[in-house]
Design a protein around this ligand. Sequence first.
Ligand code: GLY
Length: 339
Amino acid sequence: MRRRTFLKNGMLGIGALAGLPGARGAFAAPEPAAAGRENRVGEPIIVSTWSHGMAANNAAARILQVSGAGMTAVVRGIMIPEADPKVTSVGRGGYPNIDGVVELDAAVMNGNTLEVGAVAGMQGILHPIAVAEKVMDESPHTLLVGAGAKQFALSKGFTETNLLTDGAKKAWEARRGGLKYKPAGSGADPDNHDTIGSVLMDASGSIFAGCSTSGAAWKLPGRVGDSPIVGHGLYCDSDVGGVVATGLGEEFAKICGSFAVIELMRQGVEPTEAIRQVLERAVKRDGRNKGRLLAMVALRRDGTVGAGSTTPGFQIAVTRGTKHELTDIAPLYPPKKKD
Ligand code: GLY
């Protein structure tokens, strides 16, 4: 059931993929409930960014139904847009860097243990979110980059693949003539819908987060945005909630956007208000951020969902149990109407 509603700066009252080497299966055990962190809402909740978050939520919900394993559900959900060539900001089909090479960033976080895993600037591997999970589970590190990240993925049985689709190549070629560095997400690239990010609270009250992106279109080689950096593009803590960001990563980096939202929520600020305050901080620092895409969605551990965006067009996918809903988020800074 898919419903679409409009949210005006307010709070919502509210198959496993084959071929992954040694990935936690859909039958991985759920996290044990931590004392004082029971899910008092009575059903799992998943929130994701953008309309491609609907497919991610749908897959994640199915994993939850089978096994109840929250981290696995986040990863398997995000793998759907990563594999979708129509999504031009994530995985295969993501727009390349200025040299025409697709470089991917992703991260996962476990809100019970605060463990994290991430990869950045990784080329030629389809599912960076699954590699990020491996970094968390099977390496002593939290972040691997570039050739090292790819080498790690290959050592874990991931295979090399071409990520540059004909469509993304054409878009890059069309821009190549006059291309100079101009990050996507500035509002000037309406087709580049940006990061998939998901936050999930499972039946036990454990909270998990993940995000994956090809980053800013036409970026400089080696550029890394907010998504694989814990505290910038994502953060979760099962005592508080979780948050993911989408938009211009450089600006989230300057304000530790996701961590800032969680810390405001920890102090009792409502999720939507916490996001508003953090986005306002970015705008206060640089007025141009009013016109650049900076958006976030948060889930508090009592089930309250909050969201905010500087610019129009942001959507969030919310799944409660088996009910999926896509919601438009009104911008904090609507563009001035031209006479
Ligand atoms: N938010 C994605 C990026 O800036 O890379």
